[in-house]
Design a protein around this ligand. Structure first.
Ligand code: G6P
Length: 480
């Protein structure tokens, strides 16, 4: 689709917007898997995207209903930025979404901080999103409109919208983070309300069969009058049947590969080597994360410390380039985590570093996709070590960008994407420091042919399960 197509019948709802307007004629793209994946989808098929506006909305050139066409230089779909007051937004985003649902779904129960006001705020913002979804749906020509709601921020929206439509809209949801074990979710005082919200959908998607089955088990446990069919992946509730589907999110492999080969990427890598004094024969590990406690960054640094303790030949000849992006900094747990990471890096560099060489280089600031791809392209090893992760795009991007350079992937068995490429990655349990260190070493030392064979198989899997496959899975029935 090349022309702007804003009334295709597709309306997408996410918390975060795909383009943040910081200044006139200046937009940036936020870090994070969801918006990157959905922007690719929307550029391809058009439609309307509704999200919270994080930037300066007064720089937008909108139509009279407040819709703007994006990407700014190449309008392909329509974006409605919602103006949500600081309160309830903070209680909804920093409170309920990220201090209750996020830790709950990633099984960090000890990090849950629940306040009744945050639930009230969550409900209010979900109501505002539902109202905006109804407005956007009313603008669609198509009588087979599809509302596609994303993620844990908006669990109540489907039921709120369904109550106000007469059945001519299909509503579906994609849950991008893990679904935790049923007995854990059931501990939430709002478990029944959240599930009732989600069962307003016609379809609910998850990355893995494991999450889908836990979702069904949770419904069975928490809503006694729902009928659950775990083989057919269906729930019947209040006279309607809701389908559960499994569709792992993928990437656009070709684009990542092209970016990794671009002159911008090459230039960036040359400059980085020079600035950091990286020797030609040094072996490089790379990690790219939001600074989130689910990503296992401290465990990774422990493993690197163990490795350097055990094998002193690596001192001076190996380093970890850690690209980090601060995230959710207003939440004390995140602020603490960030501080702990910097402290640990300082400790490692003090302990093993010399004038010419530091074992860990922390890379700060905003990087373009080409710059990130150049890190992947030039790394001997990429380390992805979450304690829990819905799926994980970094591992897939590394595979796409490094394909012809014969790298190796060290991957946590707790990342959803391990179900796709775990057989050919060097699998780790991030809690097992010695085992983790041994796998980094094994990845570095594996013979070239073994690395190439593993990589080829991973690439085939990632390419076959790319963003197009996710779209087909998620939208196939509707778009036909
Ligand atoms: C990760 C998760 C997404 C989630 C996003 C939110 O990328 O995989 O499911 O929507 O974080 O990040 P944010 O920066 O918007 O809090």
């Amino acid at each position: 689709m090349t022309e702007t197509d804003t009334d295709t019948g597709l309306v997408v709802l996410t918390n975060r917007e795909p383009y943040v307007h910081d200044a006139p004629n200046d937009v940036t793209k936020p870090v994070g898997g969801l918006t990157a994946a959905m922007d690719d989808v929307m550029r391809e098929i058009g439609g309307t995207w509704v999200a919270h506006g994080h930037g300066r909305a007064d720089f937008d050139v909108t139509d009279s209903d407040g819709y703007v066409t994006v990407p700014p230089d190449d309008g392909q779909y329509s974006l409605k930025r919602l103006d949500i007051p600081d309160q309830p937004y903070e209680g909804y985003y920093y409170g309920y979404s990220n201090q209750v649902l996020w830790p709950l779904c990633h099984e960090h129960v000890d990090r849950i901080r629940a306040s009744p006001d945050d639930w009230t705020a969550y409900t209010a913002v979900n109501e505002q999103f539902a109202g905006a979804a109804l407005d956007a749906l009313a603008r669609q020509d198509d009588d087979t409109a599809l509302l596609w709601v994303h993620d844990y921020h908006l669990a109540l929206v489907p039921e709120l919208v369904r109550r106000q439509t007469d059945g001519d809209v299909t509503i579906q949801h994609f849950w991008h983070i893990p679904w935790p074990p049923a007995q854990l979710f059931d501990r939430s005082p709002h478990a029944a309300a959240l599930l009732t919200g989600l069962l307003g959908n016609d379809r609910i998607g998850f990355h893995t069969h494991g999450y889908a089955q836990e979702f069904l088990a949770t419904v069975e446990r928490t809503l006694p009058d729902a009928e659950v069919d775990t083989d057919a992946l269906q729930v019947t509730h209040e006279g309607r049947t809701v389908e559960v589907y499994v569709a792992p999110v993928g990437i656009d492999t070709q684009t990542v590969d092209n970016l990794a080969e671009s002159p911008e990427a090459e230039r960036f890598w040359r400059d980085l080597r020079e600035r950091e004094g990286i020797a030609p024969d040094e072996r490089i590990a790379v990690s790219v994360d939001r600074l989130d406690y689910t990503k296992g960054i401290l465990q990774r640094l422990d493993a690197v410390e163990h490795l350097l303790e055990r094998d002193d030949s690596l001192r001076g000849s190996f380093r970890l380039l850690q690209k980090g992006s601060p995230t959710r900094e207003q939440i004390p747990e995140y602020e603490r985590y960030q501080r702990d990471i910097f402290e640990k890096i300082r400790h490692l560099n003090d302990r093993f570093g010399t004038e010419e060489w530091q074992p860990v280089v922390y890379l700060d600031g905003r990087y373009t996709r080409a710059e990130i791809s150049s890190l992947y392209r030039n790394a001997d090893v990429c380390i992805v070590s979450p304690l829990a992760d819905g799926y994980n795009l970094v591992a897939q991007e590394y595979v796409a960008a490094n394909q012809s350079a014969s790298g190796a992937l060290v991957l946590s068995k707790f990342a959803g994407v391990h179900t796709l490429i775990g057989d050919d990655a060097f699998t780790i349990n991030p809690h097992d420091t010695a085992g983790f260190a041994a796998q980094i070493e094994a990845a570095l030392d594996a013979p070239k042919t073994e690395r190439a064979e593993r990589f080829q198989r991973m690439y085939e899997q990632v390419a076959a399960s790319d963003i197009g496959a996710w779209m087909e899975h998620s939208l196939g029935q509707w778009s036909r």
